[in-house]
Design a protein around this ligand. Structure first.
Ligand SMILES: C[S@@+](CC[C@H](N)C(=O)[O-])C[C@H]1O[C@@H](n2cnc3c(N)ncnc32)[C@H](O)[C@@H]1O
Length: 308
């Protein structure tokens, strides 16, 4: 996983207290760590990293209400919420399920970018792009069409692993990603004709109607609570007969939940309903895991939809 995000308070003494507190936290002395963090926030009341870490420690100590209070302070101190305090509040049941803060996703993947591929492929046995490729080839075979696409869009393209899996079958790849550092890596892969740093919904909105033959999202929809707005834009940019293939994580229920790993899990019923709601035709929905979590396959779905 990426290194922890640290936002300096601007006060040297408060920052030092934070460092000591982290040492104590790592050594397991949670009470002393919490005490030091409180001191740091007294010195620097808008010290988001200290409030956020205090929230985590209070949670570890089983102190739910004080943890909620600290996470709320972290949100106030950093309204962009780069630490993802709102996600911790959702997990604690203190906030309703809602969208992930874009600044959190950007900070997470900007930090992750240098070691992303090694971590995903070697440690998590990542297979999202291969699953999408298999699904797209199977769908093309069914309609006796070559798995060849002139224009493809890779949503949440990251470093370019999906473009690499599809490289031989696509003429012109567009990659869209929130994280500038991931986009830098994608650029150095040489696989994309165009790359755009933006939220995938905004990126799709910038594209003309009927301008893509294939849209991919490998392990990227797991950062979206509500799939429908993106799916609606995908339908608009696809040509008739164009395909959308994506992976999600899933769970036994019907709705969307936020998992402990801070990724959304979409029930199969929700995926089906979202695709139907925007007027795409679901052509396959298979249970398949794109990566491991705690050394076991994380439950997942591979969806393939077509614009009729
Ligand atoms: C787990 S990585 C997967 C990257 C790539 N698709 C792959 O298969 O290796 C998820 C990527 O989605 C991007 N992402 C998450 N939410 C996004 C959003 N709303 N708009 C654009 N990119 C997003 C992240 O920045 C990250 O690069």
């Amino acid at each position: 996983m990426p290194a922890r995000l640290f936002l300096s308070s601007g006060d040297l003494v408060a920052d030092r207290r934070f460092d000591f507190a982290r040492d104590l936290q790592l050594k397991g002395d949670l009470v002393a760590a919490a005490d030091l963090l409180l001191q740091a926030t007294e010195l620097a009341p808008t010290f988001a990293s200290a409030w956020f870490t205090l929230g985590e420690i209070r949670e570890q100590l089983g102190e739910r209400a004080p943890a909620i209070a600290a996470f709320r302070e972290a949100q106030v101190a950093d309204p962009d919420d780069r630490h993802g305090a709102s996600l911790r509040l959702m997990l604690l049941g203190a906030e309703r399920l809602s969208a992930m803060p874009p600044a959190y996703v950007r900070a997470l993947f900007d930090q992750y970018a240098p070691k992303f591929e090694a971590a995903l492929i070697d440690d998590l046995d990542y297979r999202g792009p291969a699953l999408l490729f298999k699904a797209v080839v199977a769908a093309c075979n069914e309609v006796r069409k070559p798995a060849f696409f002139k224009r493809a869009i890779d949503l949440g393209c990251g470093t370019g692993l999906a473009a690499s899996a599809f490289a031989r079958g696509v003429d012109h790849f567009v990659g869209i990603d929130l994280s500038p550092r991931m986009i830098e890596k994608a650029r150095s892969s040489g696989l994309y004709a165009q790359l755009q740093v933006s939220d995938m919904l905004e990126g799709l909105r910038d594209r003309p109607e009927a301008s893509a033959d294939l849209v991919l999202a490998a392990d990227a929809m797991v950062y979206l609570a509500d799939l429908a707005p993106v799916l609606r834009e995908v339908k608009r940019v696809l040509v008739p007969g164009g395909m959308l293939a994506f992976t999600v994580e899933t769970h036994d229920g019907e709705d969307v939940i936020l998992g402990e790993g801070l990724r959304y899990a979409h029930g199969a019923a929700h995926v089906r309903a979202s695709i139907g709601e925007v007027g795409l035709k679901l052509s396959r929905l298979e249970h398949s895991s794109a990566r491991n979590e705690d050394n076991a396959p994380a439950p997942g779905l591979v969806a393939l939809a077509v614009k009729s």
